[in-house]
Design a protein around this ligand. Structure first.
Ligand SMILES: [Zn+2]
Length: 276
């Protein structure tokens, strides 16, 4: 059932028009990666089962106004985003509700620097027991990010990313998912093999996501941007998960796999995040 729903979602036209070259500021440290692999392996027998949580989560949107006091996004834009999240998380019976909108008058936050702006913003605006989504015009740090998330329940995102796959990708991080190319070493290419013999200790730690060699094979600006040809260490050609929400090969992201879905559900159940 889960797989059938995911396939249907794949043909949703709004998802196919994703934002090309949108990168994310989420990174896992070496320790976090090892903890992630250990957690996936400990859940191994649970991951194949469908999970239905029947929970509704509250979203608080913080919209930073520009210097003219304009929000730059409409309530309809935000509700369309929430609706897309609801479609994608439906297989594990999680839904999202726009709890409130908060218009932030300090336009300086529109040039967002994570290390400088997070402390003051958090103290003034974040709401306990909700998922905070901060919408800004530009993210200066982390560099070139369209958005990023932390497991404490916060997402920061560019306003012009609201309509693409970025909200889904960042929400995936919030539920504990790494990038499909993430490990085993931070900021280095994945060494997961195409045959996936090392899939629980390399890459994203999931065995039903294909080995992802990003950035090898990327064609900037191209739809489904992978250029076939690169091989892994065992001389097998990569066929990366171009359609997965957690890849960086941009343009055709439209699904999570069963292991990703169930890992998100178990992350929620086991309290690995501040999600409520
Ligand atoms: Zn990301």
């Amino acid at each position: 059932m889960l797989i059938r729903i995911a396939v249907i979602i794949c043909f949703a036209p709004f998802i196919l028009k994703s934002q090309v070259n949108s990168k994310c500021g989420f990174r896992m440290s070496a320790t976090e990666l090892q903890n992630h692999y250990a957690r996936v392996q400990s859940l191994g027998t649970l991951l194949p089962h469908d999970t239905c949580l029947n929970r509704e989560l509250s979203l608080v949107f913080h919209i930073v106004l520009d210097s003219m006091g304009q929000p730059g996004v409409t309530i309809a834009d935000i509700d369309a985003c929430v609706n897309r999240l609801n479609v994608v998380w439906k297989p594990i019976c999680i839904s999202f509700k726009r709890c409130s909108l908060n218009y932030v008058p300090n336009y300086n936050y529109n040039e967002w620097h994570d290390i400088y702006d997070e402390p003051t913003f958090a103290g003034n605006y974040y709401v306990d027991n909700t998922i905070d989504v901060v919408l800004v015009e530009n993210i200066v740090l982390p560099k070139k990010a369209a958005g990023y998330a932390d497991p404490m329940g916060h997402i920061v995102m560019k306003k012009n990313s609201l309509a693409g796959v970025v909200p889904i990708h960042e929400m995936g991080h919030l539920f504990g998912l790494p990038h499909t190319f993430e490990g085993p070493a931070p900021n280095a290419a994945s060494t997961e093999l195409v045959k996936r013999t090392n899939c629980y200790t390399d890459g994203d730690g999931f065995c039903d996501t294909e080995a992802d060699p990003h950035p090898t094979g990327e064609v900037s600006g191209a739809h489904c941007s992978f250029q076939p040809g690169p091989k892994d260490a065992a001389n097998d050609y990569y066929t990366p998960p171009l359609d997965n929400y957690m890849t960086y090969f941009s343009g055709c992201e439209c699904r999570f796999t069963q292991e990703q879905y169930n890992f998100m559900a178990l992350t929620f159940i086991l309290g690995g995040t501040q999600l409520h």
